[in-house]
Design a protein around this ligand. Structure first.
Ligand code: KIV
Length: 289
């Protein structure tokens, strides 16, 4: 990480840093973040000029087919983190710490956060939770690893929350979220994801803290936005959350392409001459004589 500003140019972009995140907030410029789990997707969004890529534990649901994010392991996260880091050279890369990789002890939290940088090619890590994670956040940061917080709907606590439900909808819950945001800021987090909280609360929190907030289902008053890329591309067929704007329907496109391919094979339209390797007549005659 070498520079302090975010370039929007698609070629020769400078590396985006955590400091650049802060500077964007100070300048009132929105931060654009997306998830990625593989090399070609990471490369495409890096070339498009994305500020930051999250190798999210949403991997579990949208790419590995699990019911929720709980089953994904550190080794699986690192496997995908490495692929993303090979594809994206400019975006700030954030590795999402999976369930049980940081809850047991601060030592394990530091060790696993370190693996994201050493073995996964990430620049920073993200973990879920508020005040109960302050010690882990402090310990990881004291090891020199930038941490992004995540409060509101925290999918790893789906069973405790009683489902994927919006958070912070009562005055008491909103007050607690604001306190958590300040605690994470004081603990040294460089940024904070606010997921599925009322827009007016997210805007209020964003104005109360100096670190950039990144919203998902939290309205336009956040300092930046993140979406799960498979939702944005229409690649995840199980459900689309209300807060997702779908920019493409890749699932339908894939179905169409696969059906055409099957038809071409069955009707022998594929492979055509242009897809075929030739052999000279001389060599052929030598072969068959
Ligand atoms: O795992 C993920 O993709 C996330 C985002 C929804 C913020 O945590």
């Amino acid at each position: 990480m070498s520079t302090t500003t975010i370039s929007t140019s698609t070629s020769q972009r400078k590396k985006v840093t955590t400091l650049a995140f802060r500077q964007k907030k100070e300048r009132g410029e929105a931060i654009a973040m997306l998830t990625a789990y593989d090399y070609p997707t990471a490369m495409a969004m890096d070339r498009a000029g994305i500020d930051s890529i999250l190798v999210g534990d949403s991997l579990a649901m949208v790419a590995l087919g699990y019911e929720n994010t709980l089953p994904v392991t550190m080794d699986e996260m690192l496997h995908h983190a490495r692929a993303v880091s090979r594809g994206a050279k400019s975006a700030l890369l954030v590795g999402d710490m999976p369930f049980m990789s940081y809850q047991i002890s601060t030592e394990e939290a530091v060790r696993n956060a370190g693996r994201f940088l050493q073995q996964g090619g990430m620049d920073a890590v993200k973990l879920e939770g508020g005040r109960e994670r302050a010690d882990a956040v402090r310990a990881i940061i004291s090891a020199g690893i930038p941490v992004m917080g995540h409060i509101g709907l925290t999918p790893q606590s789906v069973h405790q929350l009683g489902g994927f439900r919006a958070q912070g909808k009562t005055a008491a819950a909103a007050k607690r979220l604001l306190e958590d945001a300040k605690i994470l800021e004081d603990a040294g987090a460089f940024s904070l994801v606010l997921e599925s909280v009322p827009a007016r609360l997210a805007e209020f929190i964003s104005k109360q803290i100096s670190i950039p907030t990144i919203g998902i289902g939290a309205g336009a008053g956040c300092d930046g936005q993140v979406l799960v890329t498979n939702d944005l591309l229409g690649l995840f067929d199980r459900f689309t959350p209300k807060f997702v704007k779908q920019y493409a329907n890749f699932h339908a496109e894939m179905n169409k392409a696969f059906a055409e391919y099957i038809d071409d094979v069955e009707t022998k339209k594929f492979p055509a001459v242009e897809h075929t390797v030739e052999m000279s007549d001389d060599e052929w005659n030598e072969f068959v004589k």
